[in-house]
Design a protein around this ligand. Structure first.
Ligand SMILES: [Zn+2]
Length: 163
């Protein structure tokens, strides 16, 4: 690929790096194998994370399986992932948009009931999946304990690692 920010005609070659996935609005997501193109002429950097839809779906899965209650930012990620405005999502949860935004603005965990409500609302919109949250709610399967989510692409499929 060529730099689109300057006149350099050099063909940029990618370096492979593991990078934080900041567009998610979460700071504990690491994506492996990101292609980083750097233009020596103007200093511009181009990042290719891969398939954003699949990465987002992998993050959502990790969040839905998380042992601790979701944080405000994680709730915001899940809401946006399913394309809900704050107003619409608040109506779905039978609360006010102001209340939802207050929760989303916080870095700490939501209360357990709100957390459960959000997960049930989101999971009902996830058609294609190989895990069952009900088994976890019933205690038949364990939720997953982690501080960081790592996402790796293997043969076009994204896999999750928890750290
Ligand atoms: Zn350049």
């Amino acid at each position: 690929m060529r730099c689109t920010m300057c006149e350099s005609k050099k063909n940029l070659k990618p370096k492979i790096e593991n990078l934080k996935y900041e567009v998610s609005g979460l700071d504990n997501i690491l994506v492996h194998g990101v292609k980083v193109y750097h233009c020596d002429n103007c200093g511009e950097r181009y990042l290719q994370y891969g398939n954003h839809e699949e990465i987002d779906a992998a993050i959502a899965e990790a969040l839905l399986k998380k042992q601790k209650a979701l944080t405000g930012k994680e709730i915001r990620f899940l809401r946006r992932w399913k394309g809900y405005s704050g107003q619409r999502f608040a109506r779905l949860l039978n609360t006010s948009a102001a209340h939802l935004y207050r929760i989303e603005a916080k870095n700490n965990s939501a209360n357990d009931k709100f957390d459960r409500l959000v997960r049930l609302a989101i999971i009902s919109l996830v058609k294609d999946r190989n895990y069952e949250l009900h088994d976890m709610f019933e205690g038949k399967k364990d939720f997953i304990k982690y501080k960081r989510i790592e996402i790796q692409s293997k043969g076009g499929q994204y896999s999750l690692r928890y750290a």
